[in-house]
Design a protein around this ligand. Structure first.
Ligand code: ADP
Ligand code: F6P
Length: 324
């Protein structure tokens, strides 16, 4: 491990998330303020292995805090899951004088950070994912923007759904996690919310619900379906056949990952980026930054990855009760 941190690297990895640019900016400016140089590694671990490394100055991160995506680019890299790939990555860091690294991404990216840490490169993770599914933190960068983007889109679908007296299935992102679906379900007043963590695949219950709501005079029926359950189009066909009510599926898709970050995402990303830089410069390694109980904190990566996070039962029960 380097005794004194003189140069740090920063990379974004896994799925992009609005606010990643704000985090990059914070890392760069906090480091430069401490007299530490910064190198940007492009396209995640793939860019590290390809030595796509650039110097970052104050001006390199001007005019990016309001932009979605990541100026460094991101990627998924299978080679980095191998010991040879990780050793190569550590060797490249040393060759470029990078003695500390900030990794902005999700759980998978933390595994890569942990591997680099074991190979002697001080590494700190920052939670960057729209899915909110990182256990050691109540907040992940990108969630607020994504969930607001989805909420606004669902409001629009609801308008047309009501006009035509249709049923609408709206699929939101979340392959393994239902947080976006839960939040939109509550915020959009959906009649049904299907979460990977909770859905029992009882389609007849949904059909009965639609028929009973129609009898009560409801002109629309909104079903928020998480990507992890999927099959929205075929579900719509089956529901239409069973209920006789016109049913349409809308898959919101990647629009949820883009766009200008909300104030909340910019703020959390800025504080987390600065925090990660601070602890890196204090000589910490193999840590991940999180926000819990109203405070920014850091956790050992192994412990963070071992923590469990579930949709809170109470929140789910409330979402069901309010949709009746
Ligand atoms: P996220 O970081 O959003 O969870 P992924 O799970 O796709 O996204 O991980 C991003 C990248 O992190 C992977 O493409 C790979 O390069 C690296 N990574 C994932 N798992 C591991 C692992 N077990 N060991 C080393 N690197 C990993
Ligand atoms: O970033 C998280 C996420 O949006 C998940 O909800 C989704 O499963 C995944 O990314 C899809 O990403 P990609 O298609 O880029 O692999």
């Amino acid at each position: 491990m380097a005794d004194e941190i003189r140069t740090i690297g920063v990379l974004t990895s896994g799925g992009d998330a609005p606010g990643m640019n704000a985090a990059i900016r914070a890392v760069v400016r906090q480091a430069l303020a401490k007299g530490v140089r910064v190198k940007g590694i492009k396209k995640g671990y793939q860019g590290l292995l390809n030595e796509e490394i650039v110097d970052l100055e104050r001006s390199s991160v001007s005019d990016i805090i309001q932009r979605g995506g990541t100026i460094l680019g991101t990627a998924r890299c299978m080679e980095f899951k191998t010991d040879e790939g990780q050793q190569k990555g550590a060797t490249i860091c040393m060759k470029h004088g990078i003695d500390g690294l900030v990794v902005i991404g999700g759980d998978g990216s933390y595994r890569g950070a942990q591997a680099l840490s074991r190979k002697g490169i001080n590494t700190i993770g920052i939670p960057g994912t729209i899915d909110l599914d990182i256990s050691c933190t109540d907040y992940t960068i990108g969630f607020d923007t994504a969930v607001n983007t989805a909420m606004q889109a669902i409001d629009k679908v609801r308008d047309t759904s009501s006009s035509h007296e249709r049923c609408s299935i709206i699929e939101v992102m979340g392959r393994n996690a239902g947080y976006i679906a839960l939040w939109c379900g509550v915020a959009n007043g959906a009649e049904d919310i299907l979460l990977p963590e909770k859905y029992d695949y009882n389609e007849q219950r949904i059909i009965n619900n639609i028929i009973s709501n129609r009898k009560k005079g409801k002109t629309h029926h909104i079903i928020i379906n998480a990507e992890g359950i999927g099959h929205s189009t075929s579900m719509a066909r089956r529901i239409e056949a069973a209920t006789g009510i016109e049913t349409r599926a809308t898959i919101l898709g990647y629009m949820q990952r883009g766009g200008s970050p909300t104030c909340k995402d910019r703020f959390y990303a800025s504080i987390m980026g600065a925090y990660a830089t601070d602890i890196l410069c204090q000589g910490k390694t193999n840590r991940v930054v999180g926000y819990q109980h109203g405070e920014f904190q850091d956790f050992d990566i192994e412990e963070a990855l071992a923590m469990k996070k579930n949709i809170p039962d109470y929140q789910y029960e409330v979402s069901r009760a309010l949709s009746m």
